[in-house]
Design a protein around this ligand. Structure first.
Ligand code: PEP
Ligand code: MG
Length: 572
């Protein structure tokens, strides 16, 4: 048997290994039902009774989250709009199954397209499947009677299934569909079950019964693992469990009591769930590209407003830092005219493109300003390279605010900041600090522009390293300038979760790190291992290092030689 590795989205941290149990939902076929109207009414009554019983038990067991989900299904069953539409469609000659499916699709349309609402859609499908299955006498996959440890592998898992599942026997969950906000993912996190969702072609590789590893930290599924893979996974699982028990929900403090804010970088609403789960100190970077890519026209002010508002209220009162659209010639959009550029990374990218495409900029700024009424939103411009760009950016924010106010539309007053990704702005950080409330240092781009080494070109990967002393010196200039003017400064590039480098950034005075959500507990862990007073003197020495290797050695000295490092960047 060959070991197969598949990738998905990490949805609940931890590592589990067990034989798989397969749950596949195939709606029963179109068997003829004699009196579909009567059959439908009976199925609704039976289903109502069944849900009522499960809900009662869930409340009695204190499983409030799950009880609420199923109660929502009860409300739908009781809603005459729902039953009425199914009955009307049956009356028009549709089969019972088609009538139920069509109704569910129509109701789901009303829910809209946000990730959260897509997850609610899956609740409706759950209900529809069960009603149809009842009428056709089909059995719904059963997770109530499992009697040994299993990894649940499914096309999608519905709330009624996770509610019945014997969670103490579930070592992991892997699903082909569903996002991080799907109920299966929420329940998995609540119960500490490792989970990976959105695994393409999962069901092609898992047939049920074979051993499966679910690595909910880096989002990997391993089918038919070799014995040494199993051993590795089990020991990673044990160490992760220990680490998560300690660092999943606590604020980060260094050993000498200095507080460090650990925030999340997110690139879709889905990822916010993990940030909330880990009680992150906020969203230090919302990459808004997900709203603009893969469509024929730009998102409207209204669409953006409702998404920013939803995200801000989920994380409130902690900050949500919204970065304006950061695209360029390397990632073209069909609705923006791009001239072919010889060097897209040095061309019309980030704020430069937005100044040229004024209406994209103004629309996004208005959406952010309006959403800022409902949460702690900050606004940030990408790819700033001159002071005049900062002045211009502030002007746009102020003009759009007055424009909205003059129309009687309420606006918030977000803090205004810039990404420091281009060396010129780090070198002029003192002047820049006059015009901003905060700096967010993007070490990913700062490294590529400082070392003139393309971040995605494998041929220069040996030069591209955010541990380079030149990058650290620029970080130091920004931190000093921010301190002198009492401005906020954070790091949102990958260096913030690199255990060799982040301790040095902290030693240089950075107190905010924004990292990928599943790195949050690890960052808290290494922060807890360091003393800031020590870190500061070591970091100052690292500034005079000549190579990244030397810098990394200093970083390791700060958190101690005993920390064990693994190649994927996680430490134990
Ligand atoms: C960065 O450049 O460090 C950064 C965080 O932005 P992105 O990775 O989205 O370019
Ligand atoms: Mg960047």
């Amino acid at each position: 048997m060959v070991e197969v590795r598949l990738r998905g989205k990490p949805a609940s941290p931890g590592v589990g290994v067990a034989p798989s149990i397969l749950i596949v939902h195939r709606l029963p076929g179109e068997a003829v039902v004699e009196d579909p109207l009567k059959a439908f009414r009976e199925a609704v009554a039976e289903e109502g009774k069944w849900i009522g019983g499960v809900v009662e038990r869930l409340w009695a067991e204190g499983r409030e989250d799950e009880a609420l989900i199923l109660e929502a299904q009860l409300l739908i069953l009781d809603d005459p709009n729902f039953t009425g539409l199914v009955e009307k469609l049956i009356g028009e000659g549709l089969s019972l199954a088609d009538a139920v499916k069509k109704t569910v699709n129509e109701v789901a349309e009303l829910f809209g397209k946000t990730a959260y609402m897509k997850a609610r859609r899956s609740d409706l499908m759950d209900l529809a499947n069960r009603i149809i299955a009842r009428v056709h006498g089909a059995t719904v996959p059963d997770l109530k009677n499992i009697s040994r440890m299993v990894v649940v592998v499914a096309d999608e898992l519905y709330p009624s299934e996770t509610a019945e599942m014997r969670k103490e026997l579930v070592a992991g969950i892997a699903t082909e569909r569903g996002g991080v906000t799907a109920h299966a993912a929420i329940i998995a996190r609540n119960y500490g079950i490792p989970a990976v969702v959105g695994v393409e072609s999962l069901l092609e590789h898992v047939k049920g019964g074979e051993l499966v590893v679910v690595d909910g930290v880096d989002g990997t599924i391993i089918v038919n693992p070799k014995p040494e893979t199993v051993e590795k996974a089990l020991s990673k699982g044990r160490r992760i469990r220990e680490l998560y028990e300690k660092f999943s929900k606590v604020e980060a403090y260094a050993a000498d009591g200095i507080r460090v804010h650990v925030e999340a970088n997110i690139g879709s609403p889905d990822e916010l769930e993990l940030a909330v789960f880990f009680k992150s100190d906020g969203v230090g970077l919302l990459r808004t590209e997900f709203l603009f890519i893969g469509r024929d026209s730009p998102p409207s002010e209204e669409e953006q407003y409702s998404i920013y508002r939803e995200l801000a209220s989920r994380i409130s009162p902690k900050p949500l830092i919204i970065r304006l659209l950061d695209v360029g010639g390397d990632k073209p959009l069909p609705y923006v005219k791009f001239r072919r550029e010889e060097n897209p990374f040095l061309g019309l990218r980030g704020i430069r493109l937005l100044f040229k495409e004024r209406s994209l900029l103004e629309t996004q700024v208005r959406a952010v300003l309006r959403a800022a009424v409902h949460g702690n939103i900050w606004i940030m411009a990408p790819m700033i390279s001159t002071i005049s760009e900062i002045v211009e950016f502030r002007k746009v924010v102020e003009e759009e605010a007055s424009r909205l106010e003059s129309r009687g539309i309420p606006v918030g007053r977000p803090r205004i900041g810039v990404m420091v990704e281009v060396p010129s702005i780090a070198l002029q950080a003192d002047a820049a600090a006059e015009h901003v409330d905060f700096f967010s240092i993007g070490t990913n781009d700062l490294t590529q522009y400082t070392l003139a080494a393309d971040r995605v070109n494998a041929d220069v990967a040996h030069i591209y390293d955010h541990a380079h002393p030149s990058v650290l010196r620029l970080v130091k200039m920004v931190v000093d300038a921010a301190e002198a003017k009492n401005r906020i400064v954070g790091v949102c590039g990958e260096a913030g979760s690199d255990p060799d480098v982040a301790p040095i950034l902290l030693g240089l005075g950075v107190r905010r790190l924004s990292v990928a959500p599943n790195q949050i507990p690890f960052v808290r862990y290494f922060v807890s291992r360091m003393k800031m007073s020590e870190a500061s003197s070591i970091a100052n020495k690292a500034l005079s290092a000549v190579s990244p290797v030397e810098v990394r050695n200093y970083g390791r000295r700060i958190i101690g030689e005993n920390a064990v490092f693994e190649s994927n960047g996680l430490i134990f």
